[in-house]
Design a protein around this ligand. Structure first.
Ligand SMILES: *Cc1c(COP(=O)(O)O)cnc(C)c1O
Length: 465
């Protein structure tokens, strides 16, 4: 198995180099040169596996001989030992038609922990084994930053700098990031929105000289390993249902912003997991819904919503989907991305749009619809949804059909987004880990939305011993 860029100008490299490269050196995103397809009899065998053993089997299809089975097993087992649920990602049945896949039992109470606990340990492993300097640079709409910091805090040989949009993350998200006092952690609070943070990061990673000089590594979903780690819970959830009702048509509704979580679902399906339908759930920042409905990918004005982790206009993983949509034709992907840069939009032909609509249904959830959904499930099902998960449930209600079994991904614990829950007047008890954050001092620097100022900060932080 080797890896190439969606834009076709990176020579084939292995798994660990793909992990270290992050954004492809030609500005594209790394993808496997061909995806493995798991035969049905093997899927049947996997039905019995624990989350950890399933992850091991999936990863072994991608890691070549670069990591031994034993090392990989150890890395995976230690990554999930801190989760608060023995199943790691348990599936809760709400009614016969609807299940919630709880992805928030990791240390920062959001689904990002599932991939980033592993990635933190994997960076540590590569640093020790290959003597690589690991300087992690990432942008966050809130949850990635907290999970990434939690994944590497205090680890030797690793530094991490996270950019978040100033005053545009939830209070708990801010506290989770900034109350960490380990010296290998730097929080920059940028006077701008998430798209600004993401653009700065992309520019810095695209500056190959700067990237190499400071050994910059990525934790955003531009990193393929993160996408791969997120495929595991689709297999896991599917098997929970298939084990009980082998003939069920299993569909997923996925709250997504950067096209990361839903891309993992899409790749799982391409790898042979018989997913029936995929519903793409967004909020009022609905560029992806408009793309699925109209075939036009074009950012509009940024909106602040109750689901800030999905307040994203330019979805960094969209390019990976485009690559598969265009039958892995890297030169057309390059041309379209160039066009996007110059004209600010991508428009696809009607027959391609047909293909998109076969791959996804989509629904952009309005702010009041999100609150109504939280209220309804709290009253009728006794289940408190966080606002991102509520977008997934609202999209299932809008696009689902009666003869299928639906799994909605619960991407965060409601305590992380009490701002939205309080709007509904629903009281909630905070978990002790979250309550404790409010008493700790914060460490962060507020910076201008400027590549130069941020590059200077990074030179000082990563350049120092
Ligand atoms: C990051 C995040 C999302 C969106 O994930 P993508 O990778 O952008 O698809 C949804 N919900 C929550 C709570 C998140 O933290």
């Amino acid at each position: 198995m080797d890896f190439i860029s969606t834009r076709g100008n990176v020579a084939k490299i292995g798994f660990i180099d793909t992990f270290l490269m992050g954004l492809a050196n030609d500005g594209g995103l790394m993808v496997p040169s061909s995806l493995p397809v798991i035969p049905a009899h093997r899927l049947k065998e996997w039905e019995q596996l624990s989350f950890q053993d399933l992850m091991l089997e999936i990863f072994l299809h991608f890691t070549n001989d670069e990591i031994s089975r034993q090392d990989l097993k150890q890395l995976i087992d230690s990554s999930y030992s801190g989760f608060r649920h023995p199943e790691v990602t348990p599936l809760k049945e709400i009614n016969g038609n609807l299940h919630i896949l709880e992805l928030f039992h990791g240390p920062t109470f959001a689904f990002k922990d599932v991939a980033l606990q592993f990635i933190g340990n994997f960076y540590s492993y590569v640093s020790k084994k290959q003597g690589e300097i690991i300087n992690i640079l990432g942008a966050t709409s809130g949850d990635t930053g907290a999970a990434a910091i939690e994944g590497v805090r205090g680890k030797e040989g690793i530094k991490i700098c996270i950019l978040h949009p100033h005053e545009k993350v939830s209070k708990v998200q801010e506290l989770q990031m900034t109350t960490v006092d380990d010296e290998n952690v730097l929080n920059l609070s940028v006077k701008g929105n998430f798209d600004d943070c993401q653009r700065i990061i992309k520019d810095l990673f695209a500056d190959i000289e700067f990237k190499n000089k400071y050994h910059l590594r990525a934790i955003n979903s531009i990193n393929f390993v993160r996408i791969l780690a997120q495929t595991v819970y689709y297999f896991y959830a599917y098997f929970r249902i298939a084990g009980k009702s082998p003939d069920a048509k299993v569909s997923f509704s996925v709250p997504t912003g950067n096209f990361g979580n839903i891309l993992s679902a899409y790749l799982s399906k391409r790898m042979g997991l018989p997913i029936h339908r995929l519903i793409l759930a967004t909020n009022e920042n609905n560029i992806l819904e408009r793309f699925v409905e109209e075939g036009v990918y074009m950012p509009e004005d940024f909106r602040s919503t109750y689901s800030p982790s999905m307040d994203i206009q330019v979805a960094s993983n969209f390019e990976r989907y485009l690559y598969y949509l265009l039958n892995e034709d890297a030169s057309t992907v390059s041309a379209m991305m160039k066009q996007f840069q110059s004209e600010g939009k991508i428009v696809i032909e009607p027959q391609l749009l047909q293909k998109v609509q076969n791959d996804f249904a989509a629904h952009g959830v309005k702010n009041d619809e999100c609150l109504r959904t939280i209220d309804k499930y709290s009253r009728e099902a006794g289940y408190l949804l966080d606002p991102h998960t509520a977008c997934g449930v609202a999209a299932y209600e809008a696009c689902g059909s009666g003869d299928e079994v639906y799994v909605v991904l619960a991407t965060a614990h409601p305590a992380k987004f009490d701002e939205a829950i309080r709007q509904n007047g629903i009281p909630q008890e905070f978990p002790a880990e979250i309550r404790a954050l409010f008493d700790k001092p914060q460490h962060q620097s507020i910076v201008e939305n400027s590549n130069r100022e941020i590059a200077d900060r990074l030179e000082r932080f990563f350049g120092s011993k």
